[in-house]
Design a binder for this molecule. Structure first.
Ligand SMILES: Cc1ncc(COP(=O)(O)O)c(C=O)c1O
Length: 498
C-alpha cells in the first residue's frame, strides 16, 4: 500500500514538473515570437509623413517605420439582404468595413494593415543584416502567410513560409497554400509534414542570430499599431459624417492582434475626443475562431481574466506592451493610462461569443457560420463611402464569407440583425471584413509546384482533393491526380508581382 502511495506521489510530482516545464517553454516561445520583430523607430520622422490617422493624432508615432502597401482608408459599404423571411419579410441592412478591398492588384484583408508596420521594420532590419531570414508562420489556411509572401516579394524582403499544421480541408484554406506556391519557389515553403521548418523557426527564436519570425497573425507591437490605425480611421469616417455612428462592431479573433488593436484605437479615439463610438451601448462582438481558445474562454475566461496579461498574445498582454511602447516614444503622455482604459473597455464593452455551435472547429465553417454564409449570394452592396466611384463595372463584390474567420462573427451579426429587425429595433451593426477579396496568383507556375509538392507528400495531395468549396460563388477544385489548373484558377487573380 505504502509503495503504491510513493509511486503515486512520484508520478504526480513528475507530471506537475513536466507540465510546468512545458508551459514555461510554450510561454517563452510565444513571447519570443511576439517580440521577434520590434517596431523600428527613427530619431526623426521621415520628411514626407503619410497621412495616417495614427500619425496625425499622435505625431510621435510618425517615427515608427511604416511602408504604405495598399489604399486606405478602406471604404464602408451598406449591405442589404432583401426581404428576409426570418425578419417578417423586411430587408436586413448592415455595414461592412471593407478591408477586403484595399488592394486591387496584390492582396487585401486585415493583415495588410498589420504588415504595413511589420514589413517596414523588417526592411530596416535587412538593411543591417542582409542575410537575415524572415519566417511567416501559420497553419495551412493562413492569410497572414500569403500576405507576408506577397508584400515581402513586392518590397524586396525575403520571406519564407513555415506551416505549423494543416487545417481541416476547405477550399479557402487550400487556395491559400496554392497562392503561396505561386509567389515563391517551393524550397521557401516549409510544409507541416516536414520538421525542417520547425527547426528553422526554433533556431530563429532561440539563437541570437539575425533571423526573425513574423508573429502569428502578425501579432506584435508593430502589427498592433496597424490595427489601432484602423480604429482611428473608422472614427474619422464616423466623425466626418461619411457613415452614421455604430452600435456594434463584429469581428473574428485569431491571434488577437486585430481585436486588441481596435480596442486600443477606440480608446485612443475617445482620448483625442474624436466624435465616434458615442452610443451608450456601443460594443465589440468578437468571436474566437479556434475551438480550444473558445473552450478556454467558456471555462476560465481567458480573453478577459486579469492573469491573462502574463500570457503572450492575449489582449491584456498586448495592451500592456503596446501602451508601454507608445509611452516610451512620447506618443501619449503619462496622464493617460491607455492600458487601464483598454482593460476597462474589454470588461464593459466587449461580448466574446464562444458558443460551440458558432465557433465549431478551427479552420472551417461551424454549422451556424455555414448557414449564415449561405446568404452570400443574396447580399447586395448598395451604398458606401466611395459610392461616387461606382459604375456598372466597378460595383464592389460581395464580401468573401470564409469559414475560417469572418463567417463566424457574421453568423452572430446576422442573428442579432434578424432579431432586431423582427422587433423593430434599429441598431447600426458593422462587420469588419477581414478576408481579402483577392486570391492572389503570383508569377511562379503554381500548378507545377503543387504537383511536385504532392509527389513528395501524398498527404498534401489528399488534403487538397478533400478541400471542398462551401460557396456557390467559388466552386473550385484542386485535384493533382485527375484535375487541371482551370478547375480553381478562375478564383485567383493575377497579381502585378514579377
Ligand atoms: C481573414 C482573417 N480574419 C481574421 C483574422 C484574425 O485576425 P487576428 O489574427 O489579428 O486576430 C485573420 C488572421 O490571420 C485573418 O486572416
Amino acid at each position: 500500500m505504502s509503495v503504491l502511495l510513493v509511486i503515486l506521489v512520484v508520478v504526480s510530482t513528475l507530471a506537475v514538473v513536466a507540465a510546468t516545464v512545458f508551459l514555461f517553454f510554450l510561454g517563452s516561445v510565444l513571447s519570443r515570437i511576439y517580440h521577434s520583430i520590434k517596431p523600428h523607430v527613427t530619431a526623426q520622422p521621415p520628411s514626407l509623413i503619410p497621412s495616417l490617422p495614427l500619425f496625425r493624432h499622435f505625431p510621435a508615432t510618425a517615427r515608427v517605420a511604416f511602408r504604405p502597401l495598399a489604399n486606405f482608408p478602406s471604404p464602408v459599404h451598406r449591405i442589404r439582404i432583401p426581404q428576409s423571411p426570418v425578419s417578417n419579410g423586411k430587408d436586413l441592412v448592415f455595414s461592412v468595413k471593407r478591408d477586403d478591398l484595399v488592394s486591387t492588384s496584390l492582396y487585401s484583408g486585415n493583415k495588410v494593415r498589420t504588415l504595413q508596420f511589420v514589413i517596414a521594420s523588417c526592411e530596416a532590419h535587412q538593411e543591417s543584416y542582409q542575410n537575415a531570414k524572415l519566417f511567416a508562420i501559420g497553419s495551412a489556411g493562413s492569410n497572414q502567410v500569403v500576405c507576408a509572401l506577397t508584400y515581402g516579394k513586392s518590397v524586396g524582403v525575403n520571406v519564407d513560409a513555415v506551416y505549423l499544421k494543416s487545417d481541416l480541408p476547405d477550399l479557402d484554406n487550400a487556395l491559400n497554400v496554392v497562392s503561396a506556391l505561386s509567389i515563391v519557389p517551393k524550397s521557401r515553403i516549409n510544409l507541416w509534414d516536414n520538421s525542417s521548418g520547425m527547426w528553422k523557426l526554433l533556431n530563429a527564436l532561440f539563437r541570437s542570430g539575425p533571423d526573425r519570425v513574423f508573429g502569428m497573425g502578425g501579432n506584435s507591437i508593430a502589427g498592433t499599431l496597424g490595427q489601432i490605425n484602423g480604429a482611428l480611421e473608422l472614427a474619422e469616417q464616423i466623425e466626418s459624417g461619411q457613415i452614421a455612428d455604430i452600435d456594434a462592431l463584429y469581428l473574428p479573433i485569431g491571434s488577437s492582434c486585430t481585436f486588441t488593436g481596435l480596442i486600443l484605437g477606440i480608446c485612443l479615439a475617445q482620448y483625442r475626443g474624436i466624435k465616434a463610438f458615442q452610443s451608450p451601448d456601443f460594443k465589440i462582438v468578437a468571436v474566437p475562431i479556434h475551438h480550444t481558445f473558445a473552450g478556454l474562454h467558456r471555462s476560465i475566461g481567458i480573453y478577459k481574466a486579469e492573469w491573462s496579461s502574463y500570457i503572450p498574445t492575449l489582449p491584456k498582454y498586448n495592451f500592456h506592451h503596446v501602451s508601454a511602447f507608445l509611452k516610451s516614444i512620447g506618443a501619449i503622455d503619462s496622464t493617460f493610462d491607455l492600458e487601464a482604459a483598454a482593460g476597462d473597455f474589454l470588461t464593459h464593452h466587449v461580448d466574446i461569443v464562444a458558443d460551440e455551435d458558432i465557433v465549431g472547429l478551427y479552420g472551417v465553417h461551424s454549422t451556424r457560420s455555414l448557414r449564415a454564409a449561405s446568404y452570400d449570394t443574396l447580399l447586395q452592396v448598395f451604398d458606401g463611402t466611395n459610392k461616387s466611384e461606382w459604375s456598372a463595372e466597378s460595383q464592389p463584390p460581395v464580401p468573401w464569407i470564409c469559414g475560417h474567420f469572418v463567417g463566424k462573427p457574421f453568423a452572430v451579426l446576422l442573428n442579432d440583425l434578424e432579431r432586431n429587425t423582427r422587433n423593430g429595433v434599429e441598431k447600426h451593426l458593422l462587420l469588419w471584413q477581414t478576408k481579402s477579396a483577392i486570391q492572389p496568383k503570383g508569377p511562379v507556375d503554381e500548378w507545377m509546384q503543387v504537383k511536385e509538392v504532392a509527389d513528395d507528400s501524398k498527404e498534401f495531395g489528399k488534403w487538397l482533393k478533400e478541400s471542398q468549396p462551401h460557396s456557390l460563388l467559388r466552386r473550385g477544385y484542386i485535384d493533382v491526380a485527375d484535375g487541371k489548373p482551370e478547375d480553381y484558377q478562375f478564383i485567383m487573380k493575377e497579381t502585378s508581382l514579377i
